[in-house]
Design a protein around this ligand. Structure first.
Ligand code: FES
Length: 211
């Protein structure tokens, strides 16, 4: 009886030890994963001089637009800002004109964009279906959520032609990033300078072109 009891005690202690050990190992694995990730990035950053780091932070960013399907959107980062790349369908392009009466600055007179993007599509005439835009609300800088579907939407309204909705204070933008009337934001989302080489877009560089 005593032996049995002692055996029970030993086995309880050993399973307690096992449990502690498992927790310890799990902790190491989790910690190791985090450190491993940091190690992978740090040498690259540390190997640059401060001026190289500054240059890298402001450097142009490239993306191959042929990787985006019709009606699909991706975001890339440029100068720490999210840049929306959206390949609009013909239906989306047609909706831009329909929604104009609801917009505050339909011709982008009071908004920021290169000259070649000051049109309804707010895009280079070479690829008018491509929207390239800083995805930052012009009210207080939140990131609007994409609402790409055309049709009634609880946030965008009954006549939505697709667009972007800012969850912070309810500003709405169309699929060219043009702001609606009667919302907190008053100007369209900015379009950065960009240029194409075939399907590859370079964001942050346009050689100073005006058309
Ligand atoms: S930050 Fe977008 S509505 Fe205020």
């Amino acid at each position: 009886m005593t032996d049995h009891h002692e055996n029970d005690q030993v086995s309880n202690e050993s399973s307690l030890e096992d449990a502690k050990r498992r927790r310890f190992l799990t902790g190491i694995t989790a910690g190791f994963g985090a450190v491993g990730g940091a190690v992978a990035v740090t040498p690259f950053v540390l190997s640059m001089t401060p001026s190289e780091r500054a240059k890298n932070a402001g450097a142009p960013v490239q993306y191959d637009f042929s990787r985006i399907e019709n009606g699909q959107m991706v975001k890339v980062e440029w100068r720490g800002k999210p840049v929306v790349l959206l390949k609009r369908t013909p239906e989306m392009i047609a909706g831009l004109e329909k929604i104009e009466p609801s917009l505050a600055d339909p011709t982008s007179l009071d908004s920021v964009q290169p000259v070649y993007a000051q049109n309804d599509a707010r895009a280079d005439a070479a690829k008018p279906e491509m929207l390239v835009m800083e995805g930052i609300c012009t009210h207080l800088g939140c990131s609007p959520v994409e609402k790409l579907a055309i049709g009634p939407d609880p946030e965008m309204g009954e006549d939505s032609q697709g667009g972007f909705f800012c969850p912070c204070h309810g500003s709405k933008f169309d699929l060219s990033g043009r702001v609606y009337k009667n919302v907190p934001a008053t100007s369209n989302m900015p379009v950065p300078p960009y240029k194409y080489d075939g399907d590859v877009i370079t964001i942050g560089e346009d050689d100073g072109r005006t058309a």
